[in-house]
Design a protein around this ligand. Structure first.
Ligand SMILES: C[S@@+](CC[C@H](N)C(=O)[O-])C[C@H]1O[C@@H](n2cnc3c(N)ncnc32)[C@H](O)[C@@H]1O
Length: 418
């Protein structure tokens, strides 16, 4: 396994209060079903006195334990339902297997805390080695998802799955409405950033850090956006002055990118079912100096029909399994269910077939997912073109691979209306 450099160097003294916070976070994620990013954000907010190392320790251990949850449980010899003492056992197990799992040079002895008393570390390591024999345990994934991935991706599944278990880099998208790549790179200091070939506005940070507290972020110089995600807006082939509908805009990651490609000239209608996300989009638009967006919450199909043939460009960044962004949301693999996957494919189909009516004749649309599964992506588009071939032409499609590109796993298809 590849060596991973951890900010909380293994020699760092363990503080019980931090470990308790990690365990509280994990219980909120696995018992109360909360999202890991929200849990981490909340814990950090309510403990403002923690220093940078403490904050990194908390975030890193929560995310990594979510990522390797099945392997940790297996190595601990524990299965659900868990009680609160089991969480201490899981943490001790994590500390025990972590150096081996990441080929770290330094071992950390378990502190002599009552919660760790009587733990047999040899047993843990024995079960850990045994767990590595089975892919779904070794790569920590539910059996049904492992089977789905293998049946849809074939030989590529192994490498994608391994890549999805790595920590994702922090990638910024430079907001060209306010600044440029050179300025943002210089803000972080020489040798602290890198560029990504083929992704012209991306700056990758060499060291993980909290960028949201920087003045340059507050001034709208950049957004945090993965390189794969940064390929979607340019794929839509927008030009200043056009009318663009972003029909599943959410909090606007791609809407803001479209706005900067439009140079703030033209009109973007940002739609979503979720009003709170659109409010967040408006807040971000203000920070980014974007003035060409109008938000529009979708109440019913009537709202879609009202915009029939009004868009030069339409982005359908549809809801999906999120399997392409597991590096960033490792807890989501435990919350996904086969029934959700079935339902979301139906929703994607309804959006694709229903919302495409908003495109003017001669206009273009991008259908995009952050899923690595063809059944949510290529197959939906293939069926669409098969059924609507008299009206729609597939211009091109592209997929990013986590293993090959190091980007999140996105799919995008550009279609043109006759
Ligand atoms: C993949 S996310 C969009 C992410 C967003 N485009 C971005 O770049 O940050 C999908 C979005 O679709 C929205 N959604 C779900 N069902 C929808 C529907 N039937 N019509 C429109 N939006 C929908 C969700 O609320 C969610 O915000």
């Amino acid at each position: 396994m590849k060596k991973v450099k951890y900010i909380n160097a293994i020699r760092l003294k363990l503080h019980k209060v931090l470990v308790e916070a990690v365990l509280t976070g994990l219980q909120e994620i696995f018992v109360l079903n909360k999202q890991a990013d929200k849990v981490v954000e909340q814990l950090l907010k309510s403990n403002k006195k923690w220093g940078a190392r403490d904050r990194a320790f908390l975030a890193e251990n929560i995310y990594e334990m979510c990522r390797w949850w099945r392997l940790i449980n297996f190595s601990a010899g524990i299965s659900e339902p868990l009680d609160s003492t089991d969480y201490w056992t899981l943490f001790a197990t994590w500390l025990t297997i972590k150096p081996l799992h990441f080929s770290l040079e330094n071992n950390q002895d378990l502190p002599q805390w009552a919660e760790f008393e009587g733990m047999d570390l040899e047993d843990i390591l024995k079960r850990y080695r045994e767990g590595l024999e089975t892919r779904s345990i070794a790569e920590s994934i539910p059996d049904w998802l492992d089977e789905t991935g293998a049946s849809e991706l074939g030989d590529n599944w192994d490498t994608e799955l391994m890549a999805l278990n790595k920590q994702a880099p922090v990638v910024l998208r430079v907001n060209t409405l306010k600044t440029d790549i050179a300025t943002v790179s210089s803000i972080f200091g020489p040798d602290e950033t890198g560029l990504i070939p083929g992704v012209p506005h991306a700056v990758v940070l060499k060291k993980r850090q909290n960028v949201f507290s920087r003045d340059s972020f507050k001034m709208g110089y950049f957004e945090v956006q993965d390189a794969g995600s940064q390929l979607i807006a340019p794929y839509l082939d927008v030009h200043p002055g056009q009318t663009v509908i972003d029909a599943c805009a959410g909090a606007g990651g791609k809407t803001l990118h479209i706005a900067s490609l439009l140079e703030n000239r033209g009109k973007i209608v940002a739609m979503d079912l979720d009003l709170r996300k659109l409010h967040e989009l408006e807040r971000r638009a203000k920070r980014n100096g974007v003035t060409c967006i109008k938000t529009d919450v979708i109440h019913s199909e009537k709202d879609i029909r009202a915009l029939k043939e009004t868009a030069d460009r339409l982005l359908l960044d549809v809801p999906c399994s999120g399997l392409g962004v597991l590096r960033r949301n490792p807890d989501s693999k435990w919350k996904l269910k086969p029934s959700f996957l079935d339902a979301i494919r139906k929703t994607q189909w309804q959006i694709l077939t229903g919302y495409s009516a908003m495109v003017k004749p001669g206009g273009k649309m991008v259908y995009a997912t952050c899923s690595i599964l063809p059944s949510e992506s290529e197959e939906q588009v293939k069926r669409f073109v098969l059924e609507r071939g008299h009206q729609w032409r597939l211009v091109s499609e592209q997929r990013t691979s986590v293993a090959r590109d190091g980007f999140d796993g996105f799919y995008m298809a550009l279609l043109e209306k006759q």
